[in-house]
Design a protein around this ligand. Structure first.
Ligand SMILES: NC(=O)c1ccc[n+]([C@@H]2O[C@H](COP(=O)([O-])OP(=O)(O)OC[C@H]3O[C@@H](n4cnc5c(N)ncnc54)[C@H](OP(=O)(O)O)[C@@H]3O)[C@@H](O)[C@H]2O)c1
Length: 280
């Protein structure tokens, strides 16, 4: 199979995270040059140093700020443009809605939904000039299945899925490919101890970031593929939920007491929700 990724330039957000790091390694191994972004310069440099290939560019940017997004766009332009935009940066929080404070809820919608929208808008001019350009929005199985304890997160990922579908249709006459890629639970820092304990209590399968990265590379290689939902039975439940949601109500209803037990008590040990200063 020809490696159509070789020699391409990809802008990867959330590169300093669990899935981002694995995706960076998998794409670099395919000969992709990466523009890597996150808020930690140290983590970006460490990632760059372990990637195969050369010419990778670390770009420190807080995507929640207009200045951060502008510096990213300007740098991507200065680096000669991009063929691939991967909106991967994200935050999550396990909490009942009654315990969710404004700032955390707004941060989740901003990071997981508004930022990908703004970056797609701002980088479209760069992508439009490249044959075979592609946008990948990293969603989640929880972007298709409403889940107790993840109301705001689900809201953000359902929104991202709808945005991705609409963007694909809006760009249908441009040749720009738009992919919605939905991992299931994956072993990364976005999942705090309580989430890990909840997944264990429910017997939820948890993937390694490397598996998610390899699935993304395969999806990019399958020309016609538009959406990709990872894992069984999660991908089956995605379809079932769209056809017979009451059946899924029943299945998930049994999990509610356990979810309540782990989700209640609100906040405290969630690792992924960091303020722009990087501290808790
Ligand atoms: N892990 C899972 O179970 C799972 C399942 C389904 C979908 N996903 C999705 O996969 C994607 C990657 O998540 P992950 O599991 O790899 O999480 P992670 O390890 O916590 O990484 C999150 C990344 O997002 C970046 N980020 C967060 N807020 C940012 C901001 N304001 N500006 C710039 N960068 C920001 C972080 O960068 P810094 O820390 O350097 O700022 C980090 O690189 C997310 O969209 C997530 O929703 C994850």
């Amino acid at each position: 199979m020809t490696n159509h990724l070789k020699g391409k330039t990809a802008l990867l957000t959330g590169a300093t995270g669990g899935i981002g790091g694995a995706v960076a390694e998998a794409l670099a191994a395919q000969g992709v040059r990466l523009l890597l972004t996150g808020r930690s310069g140290e983590k970006l440099e460490a990632l760059k140093s372990r990637l195969p290939g050369s010419g990778h560019v670390p770009i420190v940017a807080d995507l929640a700020s207009a200045d951060g997004r502008n510096s990213l766009r300007q740098r991507a332009e200065a680096e000669g443009g991009i063929d691939l935009l991967i909106n991967n940066a994200g935050v999550s929080k396990l909490a009942l809605l009654q315990d969710m404070d404004d700032a955390s809820l707004e941060q989740m919608i901003a990071t997981n939904l508004t930022v990908p929208m703004l970056l797609c808008r701002d980088l479209l001019p760069l992508l439009s000039s490249r044959p075979g350009a592609t946008i990948v929005n990293i969603g989640s199985i929880l972007g298709s299945i409403g889940y107790a304890g993840s109301t705001a997160y689900c809201g953000s990922k359902f929104g991202l899925r709808g945005f991705t579908e609409a963007l694909r249709r809006e760009l249908a006459d441009t040749g720009i490919r738009v992919i919605y890629f939905a991992p299931r639970a994956t072993n990364t820092p976005i999942n705090c101890e309580r989430v890990t304990a909840l997944n264990h209590a429910l017997g939820t399968a948890v993937d390694a970031p490397e598996l998610v990265a390899q699935s993304l590379v395969r999806t990019l290689g399958r020309r016609g593929q538009r959406n990709r939902y990872l894992g069984w039975p999660e991908s089956f439940f995605v379809r079932l939920n769209s056809l017979f949601p009451r059946l899924v109500d029943g299945a998930l209803g049994k999990q509610l007491p356990t979810i309540r037990r782990f989700a209640s008590g609100g906040f405290g040990d969630d690792s992924s929700m960091k303020s722009s200063s990087g501290g808790h």
